[in-house]
Design a binder for this molecule. Structure first.
Ligand code: UDP
Length: 373
């Protein structure tokens, strides 16, 4: 079959690869001048540092199948995300762990003592937290919430944490030991030559052609038997019901001779500091040595129609609009919507790959059993 894949990010690349290996002819197009979507990495021309051009991407998963899959296409080197945060003129360890608690409260608590201490502060009247704020007050109490989450979240999402779902905070653990690894997952690492090289390897198959700087036109879908769309869901329908809301990021680049901050990611919890975080990219490749350093000061704001969409805002209003687009999508023939933009969800890379693998499998099985796709 002739397959069109709109978008050369993780979803498009993985589905193309799976279908090309099954003998299909895959045409991958992307409006940008590079593959890899928002995972794109490239070396900085001045310093040679491997840059995470659209912000930090750290690969972590508990899915052994996905871990084996990415290791087929790239050599992963060990990397653990150890984030720090600055609040009220002090630096703390994140995610909230025993060091953070002892630093913040000036204590020397042991694990059980810290658990009891935080439980005292927590609002236990909240039995089923619905909002971000309720989740924070229930699990860390007001002081840590104010210092580390409230201001950061207001900057990141442009609204009050009382309006956001608890699920956003559930991404972050709270630990009563000194484990400061940002993620829980068994497998973590960074592709030695960056994500773009990994995605180039996934796309490197005789059954796949890639066309960059190539915006989608409906004629392309007419020439194909099936389309996988990883662009914005509302974009496929020419935004006819309105725009789904996104947060976009602005990066202010600056360079430094030496080591600017000593870690890859420094968050800023205070509301009056305008940026959310600073990333120092050479620390994402700790096995490399570079004298020069490149940092991004990161600012979050509501995306205008021409901005790059980053984080889907899934609040009540957006969810209603999303439901209407999903109905349109369900009624559309010969197209499958995939990935972060195509399904309008906050997706980690491993989940994106798992879903792409499953989507490709479902497609292959549907063709062989002549089921509707
Ligand atoms: N968050 C926060 N303070 C921090 C880091 C994160 O309040 O120092 C909140 C913020 O609302 C963010 C969410 O926790 O959107 C999830 O954090 P994560 O680090 O997963 O965000 P991402 O890396 O996806 O931007």
């Amino acid at each position: 079959m002739k397959i069109l894949l709109v978008g050369a990010g993780l979803s498009g690349a993985v589905i193309a690869r799976e279908l090309a290996e099954a003998g299909h002819q895959c045409r991958v197009i992307d409006a940008r001048s590079h593959i890899a979507g928002n995972c794109h990495t490239e070396r900085d021309a001045d310093t040679g540092v491997m840059m995470h051009v659209y912000g930090p991407h750290i690969f972590h998963t508990d899915d052994k199948g996905v871990w084996d899959y990415v290791n087929r296409f790239a050599r992963f080197l060990p990397f653990q995300n150890r984030v720090k945060t600055t609040s009220q003129g002090r630096v703390y360890s994140l995610p909230v762990n025993l060091l953070t608690i002892n630093q913040f409260f000036g204590t020397t608590l042991r694990p059980d003592e810290a658990r009891a201490f935080i439980e005292e502060k927590a609002d236990t009247s909240i039995t089923d937290p619905q909002t971000f704020e309720e989740q924070a007050l229930r699990f860390v109490g007001p002081e840590l919430y104010e210092a580390f989450f409230k201001g950061y979240t207001e900057k990141q999402w442009g609204c009050s944490p009382t309006e956001l779902p608890a699920s956003i905070l559930k991404r972050l653990p709270v630990r009563f030991n000194y484990d400061d690894n940002y993620f829980f997952h068994r497998f973590q690492g960074m592709p030695e030559d960056g994500y773009t090289a990994m995605i180039a390897a996934i796309l490197d198959h005789p059954g796949i052609t890639v066309e960059l700087d190539t915006p989608y036109v409906p004629q392309m879908a007419q020439e194909a038997d099936h389309t996988f769309w990883s662009g914005p869901l509302d974009g496929y329908f020419d935004y006819r019901l309105g725009h789904l809301g996104y947060r976009t990021l602005d990066f202010e680049r600056f360079t430094y001779q030496g080591d600017y901050q000593g870690c890859a990611v420094m968050n800023y919890g205070d509301r009056d500091v305008p940026h959310t975080r600073i990333t120092e990219h050479k620390h994402f490749s700790p096995w490399e040595t570079h004298e020069g350093s490149v940092c991004y000061r990161e600012y979050s704001r509501a995306a205008e129609p021409d901005d790059i969409p980053y984080y889907p805002i899934r609040m009540v209003e957006e969810k209603e609009l999303l439901a209407q687009y999903v109905r349109l999508a369900e009624d559309s023939q010969c197209v499958t919507f995939v990935g972060r933009l195509g399904t309008y969800r906050y997706l980690d890379m491993d989940v994106t790959i798992r879903e792409a693998l499953d989507t490709a499998l479902y497609f292959k099985e549907s063709i062989s059993s002549k089921k509707p796709i």
